[in-house]
Design a protein around this ligand. Structure first.
Ligand code: UD1
Ligand code: CA
Length: 455
């Protein structure tokens, strides 16, 4: 069966109390609406149609050409919202599944069940709608599912329109439907205007019944159909999503010591036999290899980290660590930092827009910015690249095997040749040739030949 999907996302989301459209609020690393889009994509070959209204430019900027858009200029209710998709979808599918952009916990398996229920019932009857329902004690805000004495569904009644008896009904409408496409587009315009001045999609149920068409229901997992209206619900949803993400990694062979205190975005990849210690936030497009140990208490945003790396109490963003590199405790990699294979970066260091070649050591209290470091270089404690002259950033090059003495100031632009050394506390302002020792302030060449003294 050919299924099209519609995601309603035009609403105000007033209760978020936010300048940003509700559906753009992030949950477990993705904006809410993106979760709905992913779910829709998993049940249909056609790109979902997202109904946008409030904040439409921002929603469109986020989702781009991944989806099709229907614009609802005036927010006249859920029925009116679906109607906006008619021009795009009429004649394009056998069935139309409608979901919300503020229901990030909904899983595609639940929609598959719904579509299957639809397909089954269609064989036996003149089916118009298959819909999800839930049973729960807290019915507040939900439309009630009204059935006749034979148990057949008759209508959905919005809470505001309920009689006192209907209010007591505990079978509720989560708002997810699979419609017969032809019937949907032919009948949407027949929805009457409600007392509230809206066109309710829920009225399609009563309409179908009045035409003698069949409506069937199937029950949905309770925790998947909680719409997000407030930031309290946003946080609750993120707990559920986070747990799902952690379970996925654990089942893939990642050890997570303290799931309650581990925050991994849905966009992160982790290799097997890696251990995540407590207190880590792994965010964005981060990729971690196998047999690594991450944490405790580290924040890693959009980084690539190789096999057998160690990251301890560190903050890393848009950086890269090759296999067996280690960092921390208390160290920071900023954008463009790249630690080569087996690099050791110890405590209280910062590296920005720099490459450190394999085997290089930077043990303590150092800053390297805009620097190219060769292999097996030793960066002494307190070394600073003075890369900024107040106006421009300048580059430093430190070649293979150089030894930078403690507390050296490297005033860029500057090249330290292979095997060169700087004395403790020197301020280096001029290029240092290979195999040369400099010392002092400003640093001068010492009368020794390092090449000879080594032989
Ligand atoms: C709706 C259902 C109710 C159900 C509840 C479940 C109707 C009339 N009622 O009520 O039976 O129990 O969902 O959560 O459908 N939207 C638009 N354009 C609009 C109005 C809404 O795009 O003009 C979108 C919203 O952004 C939101 C979704 O539709 O994502 C639901 O709208 P909302 O106003 O929250 O509906 P409820 O009053 O909760
Ligand atoms: Ca709602």
């Amino acid at each position: 069966m050919n299924v099209a999907t519609v995601i309603l996302a035009a609403g105000y989301g007033t209760r978020m109390k936010s300048d940003m459209p509700k559906v753009l609020h992030g949950v477990a690393g993705r904006p809410m609406v993106e979760w709905s889009v992913r779910t829709a994509e998993q049940i249909s070959q056609q790109p979902p149609v997202v109904v946008v209204g409030h904040g439409k430019e921002q929603v469109q900027a986020l989702l781009g050409e991944r989806v099709a858009y229907a614009v609802q200029d005036q927010l006249l209710g859920t029925g009116h919202a679906v109607m906006q998709a008619a021009a795009l979808l009429r004649g394009q599918a056998d069935a139309v599944v409608v979901i919300y952009g503020d229901m990030p916990l909904l899983q595609h398996t639940t929609l598959q069940d719904l579509v299957q229920r639809f397909a089954q019932a269609q064989q036996q009857s003149d089916l118009a709608i298959a819909m999800l329902t839930i049973e729960r004690a807290d019915s507040q805000g939900f439309g009630r599912v009204v059935r006749n004495s034979a148990g057949q569904i008759q209508a959905i009644v919005e809470e505001v329109d309920c009689t006192p008896e209907q209010k007591l009904i505990r079978e509720l409408n989560p708002g997810i439907y699979c419609f017969d496409s032809e019937w949907l587009w032919a009948n949407l315009p027949k929805i009457p205007l409600s007392k509230k001045g809206e066109y309710y999609l829920t009225d399609m149920v009563g309409l179908a019944v009045s035409q003698g068409r069949t409506v069937v229901t199937t029950s949905a997992p309770l925790d998947e159909v909680n719409g997000i209206n407030t930031r309290v619900q946003l946080a609750q949803a993120s707990v559920v999503l986070r747990q799902r993400i952690l379970e996925h990694h654990m089942l893939n062979g990642v050890t997570i010591i303290d799931p309650q205190n581990t925050y991994i975005d849905d966009t992160v990849e982790i290799g097997s036999d890696t251990t995540i210690l407590p207190g880590c936030c792994l965010e964005g497009k981060t990729k971690i290899g196998r047999h690594a140990v991450i944490g405790p208490y580290s924040r890693i945003t959009s980084c690539t980290i190789g096999d057998e790396c160690r990251v301890t109490y560190a903050v890393l963003e848009q950086a890269r660590m090759d296999n067996r590199a280690e960092i921390g405790p208390f160290a920071r990699l900023r954008t463009g930092a790249h630690l080569g294979e087996g690099v050791h970066m110890g405590n209280f260091g910062e590296v920005k827009n720099s490459y450190l070649g394999p085997g290089t050591k930077m043990g303590h209290f150092s800053y390297l910015g805009d620097t190219q470091v060769g292999e097996n270089v030793n960066i002494g404690a307190g070394t600073i690249t003075c890369n900024f002259d107040g106006e421009k950033k300048h580059k430093t090059v430190i070649e293979d095997g150089a030894f930078i003495g403690s507390d050296t100031m490297l005033v860029a632009p500057l090249t330290i040749g292979a095997g060169a050394r700087t004395g403790a506390g020197s301020v280096v302002t001029k290029d240092v040739p290979a195999e040369t020792l400099v010392y002092g302030v400003p640093a001068k060449k010492a009368p020794v030949d390092l090449n000879q003294s080594r032989q």
